[in-house]
Every structure is written in structure tokens, then in C-alpha cells.
Design a protein around this ligand. Structure first.
Ligand code: NAD
Ligand code: HSE
Ligand code: NA
Length: 448
């Protein structure tokens, strides 16, 4: 069989990793693919740096547009990132009948409907294993290994940068900005790191997983997104004292009313395996009705772990190239021409999400405060699961005068309730004169 010819667009962190792993493991990869895989041309705005990485045997150009239309290229690997030129290049490659491999979750979470429809029309593959949880083969697991299941929920630590920040802050007491800088130097962070710390990157990934798991369209605009920038150290400590770890979690859950799609800091029981996932590592838990709970763990970011997924997609394509498109695994796991009997379930607004909560209120240390707060919760039908009272040790955002009175931290874990109901109760508690400063609220998932 002839070698498959690749156009590699963007040779930064992931592109360089892909080039190096392909070179290092060339023979083995070719034997598995059943044919040779040649990087025929590399396009990067920084052609000089690209040349240093690939040497003299590979053609280097600076104009990526010149690659996507070339008839001698079979597959385009898009590793530039972003929504702009990346979208244009991917659509142009599809239009000229080329298969595409991309690690670009932002692009697919926002423009996936358009891109996957264009690929289906042309009978080409758009493969994106590297886009979700880097080297962990979670797309393959969900689309193929778990195909028999009605998936109940998917929950994951799917942003390496934020997990790295939370781990370093907790273990070494390091400052947020210093750890973020380290994550950027290690090549984990997005070009715009607010995508990481504000939860946007994790939301891109859980959006893709929700589409694969539940057969719903890719709907990033419906995802609830909350990052880690408002997390305080005392809450990380109190959570530990209650037997929980705080992680930035992406959650996609099937309910009778619709699909929950959300990213936020979350208390997870410390006894769950996923609670021990530290540093830039990722983990995804999938619960299926037949298989039960399954866990996937590995490096979710970085040059070679991500390259591992890019090359796995390449090999899939090399094995399938020339075959009838009906042999392809559908991009989002469900065949385009097999419509469901009912319309796909809606993504629920956040106030209709049902979960449990951690709340911390800094209160005046006086009789009756706890009883007032718990009775406001009880009035709303919210039952308390656990309580903790701790001497306040870090004065935060109180008005003058409040800081001088005796105060204490009240920490309450609730049982499950509707978010809208919880918000209304929280508003009433916040207005109590004995509550000093803003109440902290963090969602909690048992993941059982
Ligand atoms: N870094 C990771 O750990 C990781 C993991 C999974 C997915 N991703 C995704 O992979 C993609 C690439 O990420 P990265 O970390 O390698 O980024 P990077 O910034 O290191 O690399 C991007 C490369 O693209 C080049 N480039 C930019 N604009 C270009 C253009 N118009 N034409 C040609 N080249 C251009 C840049 O010069 C650079 O070399 C992104 O979509 C990212 O979200 C990254
Ligand atoms: N910025 C991403 C890269 C991997 O998708 C992360 O930190 O997880
Ligand atoms: Na992956």
C-alpha cells in the first residue's frame, strides 16, 4: 500500500510532539497502520523554528492555506488552535476531500455542527481524540468500547492547567499566578490561559463528551461555566476536613427532564479514585447502565501525551483510507441517517440542575445564628447532611466594624436540591444581619 501523506499545520507544542513521536516510533506505527505515514509538508508562521524541528528532509512553508488544497496531501493535521484560520483551514481541507485530525476542542465545541456536517457530506473523517483529555483515549472509549450502554453520566477532571494549579496551591501553598506561569512554561495552558482558569476549556471538552454520550448536538453555548479564580484556600481546607477534595469538574448528566452540562469547582469524596488525580493529570468517569462505573486516567496535556492521541487518529485514518464512508465510526457516535424516535433531550438551564452543596458563611459568633440558617434551609425543603463550625482565621471582605466582632465560620453540606431552590434560600441567608461578608457556595457530587 502507498504511504499516507500528511500536511501538518502548526508545529508548536503538540505539533513538535507529534513530529517527534512519529519519527521515534515510525516502524512500529507503520506496521500497525499497515502502511507508511509521511509528514510531507509542515506549515507554520514561524517557518524558521519549524525548520529547526523537522530538519532538511521535510518541506516547510509559512502559508497553511497553500497546503489544504494540495492534491498530493491525504490528511491535514490542524494544530494551530483557535476559531479563526483553524476553522477556515479545516473546512477547506474537508471541501477538498481530505481527512482531518485536530486537537482543537474550542473549534469543535463551537463550530462542531457545521464541521461534522461538512465532513459527513464529503465522506471524510474529522478525528479529534487529542481534543478531549489529551492522551487518554476517552473519545474512542465512549464511541466504541461503551457503545452498548445507555450512558447515565460523564464527569471529569479535563483541564490539566487548573488541576495543576489546585494541586500546587494545596500541597505547597503556592500563589495562584506563580503556578499558572509554571503551567504555561510546561506547555499545558491554552494560548489565552483564561480559557483554562475560567473553565472554558473544560466546558469545550465536556460539551464534546455530552454529544458523544447522549446523541445531542454540540452546544457549548448551553454549558454552565465557572472557573477556579474565586476559590479560597480555607474552603479547600474545610472540604478536606469533611472528607472531600475540590476539583474543577466537567459534568454531563442524563436526567428525566434533560441533560445537565456544567463545569464548576466541585467537592468530590476523598475516597473516590478520581479525587486522587493530581497535577496536570486528567481523569474521566463514565457511568453506563450495563458496564457500571468506569474510570480513564492519564496525561491530559503536554506535547507527547497529546501527540499520542493525534497519531492514534492518524492510524485509524490510514487503516480506513479508501474504504466506503459507511465503515467509519460516526464522528459523534450516532449515525447521521439513523434519527431517534424522539427529539434529543434539551440541555437544562442551571436553575433546574439538581446537586448538593457546600456552603460557608462567616457569621457573628452569637447564639441562634446556626438555628436561623438551618431553619431557612429547612423552610426551602433543603436538608442538611453535615455541619462544621470553625474559628475564623482569615478575615475577608467585610465592612469596617464587622471585622472586629467575634466571628466564626459555619460550613454546611446539604443533600440534593434544585439549584433554583438553593439560590433562593441562599439569598435569604445572605441578608441575615449575623452573616458577615459573602457566602461561599461550591457544588458537591458523590460520583457513585
Ligand atoms: N498544549 C497542549 O497540551 C494541548 C493539549 C491538547 C490540545 N491542545 C490543542 O492543540 C492545539 C495546538 O496547541 P499548542 O499548545 O501546540 O499551541 P502552540 O501555540 O504551541 O502551537 C501553535 C503553532 O501554530 C503556529 N501558527 C499560529 N498561527 C498560524 C497560522 N496562521 N499558520 C500556520 N501556523 C500558525 C504557531 O506559530 C505555533 O507554532 C490547540 O488547539 C490546543 O488547544 C493543546
Ligand atoms: N490547556 C489544556 C490543554 C489540554 O487540552 C489543559 O490544561 O488541559
Ligand atoms: Na483524548
Amino acid at each position: 500500500m502507498t504511504n499516507i501523506r500528511i500536511g501538518l499545520l502548526g508545529i508548536g507544542t503538540v505539533g513538535a510532539g507529534t513530529f517527534q513521536v512519529l519519527k521515534r516510533n515510525q516502524q512500529e506505527i507503520s506496521r500497525r497502520a499497515g502502511r507508511g505515514i509521511d509528514i510531507a509538508v509542515v506549515a507554520d508562521l514561524n517557518a524558521e523554528r519549524a525548520r529547526q524541528i523537522v530538519g532538511d528532509d521535510v518541506e516547510v512553508v509559512s502559508d497553511a492555506r497553500s497546503v489544504v488544497a494540495r492534491p498530493d496531501i491525504d490528511v491535514v493535521i490542524e494544530l494551530i488552535g483557535g476559531y479563526g484560520i483553524a476553522r477556515e483551514l479545516v473546512l477547506a481541507a474537508i471541501e477538498s476531500g481530505k481527512h482531518v485530525v485536530t486537537a482543537n476542542k474550542a473549534l469543535l465545541a463551537v463550530h462542531g455542527t457545521e464541521i461534522f456536517a461538512a465532513a459527513a457530506r464529503k465522506g471524510v473523517i474529522v478525528a479529534y481524540e487529542a481534543a478531549v483529555a489529551g492522551g487518554i483515549p476517552i473519545v474512542k472509549a465512549l464511541r466504541e468500547g461503551l457503545v452498548a450502554n445507555r450512558v447515565q453520566w460523564v464527569a471529569g477532571i479535563i483541564n490539566g492547567t487548573t488541576n495543576f494549579i489546585l494541586s500546587e496551591m494545596r500541597d505547597k501553598g503556592l500563589d495562584f499566578q506563580a503556578v499558572l506561569k509554571q503551567a504555561q512554561q510546561l506547555g499545558y495552558a491554552e494560548a489565552d490561559p483564561t480559557f483554562d482558569i475560567e473553565g472554558i476549556d473544560a466546558a469545550h471538552k465536556i460539551t464534546l463528551l455530552s454529544a458523544i454520550a447522549f446523541g445531542i448536538p454540540v452546544q457549548f453555548d448551553k454549558a454552565y461555566v465557572e472557573g477556579i479564580t474565586a476559590l479560597h484556600r480555607p474552603d479547600i481546607r474545610y472540604a478536606e476536613q469533611l472528607g472531600y477534595r475540590i476539583k474543577l469538574l466537567g459534568v454531563a448528566k442524563r436526567t428525566e427532564r434533560g441533560v445537565e452540562l456544567r463545569v464548576h469547582p466541585t467537592l468530590i469524596p476523598a475516597k473516590r479514585l478520581i479525587a486522587s488525580v493530581e497535577g496536570a493529570m486528567n481523569a474521566v468517569v463514565v457511568k453506563g447502565d450495563a458496564v457500571g462505573t468506569t474510570l480513564y486516567y492519564g496525561q491530559g496535556a503536554g506535547a507527547e501525551p497529546t501527540a499520542s492521541a493525534v497519531i492514534a487518529d492518524l492510524v485509524d485514518i490510514a487503516r480506513l483510507q479508501g474504504a466506503d464512508a459507511s465503515h467509519q465510526v460516526p464522528a459523534l457516535a450516532y449515525h447521521h441517517d439513523c434519527q431517534p424516535a424522539e427529539a434529543p433531550p434539551p440541555v437544562l438551564p442551571m436553575e433546574d440542575v439538581v446537586t448538593s452543596y457546600y456552603l460557608r458563611a462567616r457569621v457573628a459568633d452569637q447564639a441562634g445564628v446556626l438555628a436561623t440558617i438551618t431553619s431557612l434551609l429547612a423552610d426551602a425543603g433543603i436538608s442538611v447532611d453535615a455541619l462544621l463550625q470553625r474559628e475564623a482565621d482569615e478575615v475577608t471582605d467585610f465592612s469596617e466594624g464587622q471585622a472586629s466582632q467575634p466571628q466564626t465560620d459555619l460550613i454546611i453540606l446539604t443533600h440534593e436540591t434544585r439549584e433554583g431552590t438553593f439560590n433562593a434560600a441562599l439569598e435569604k441567608i445572605q441578608q441575615l444581619p449575623s452573616v458577615l461578608g459573602s457566602i461561599v457556595r461550591i457544588r458537591k457530587e458523590e460520583l457513585d
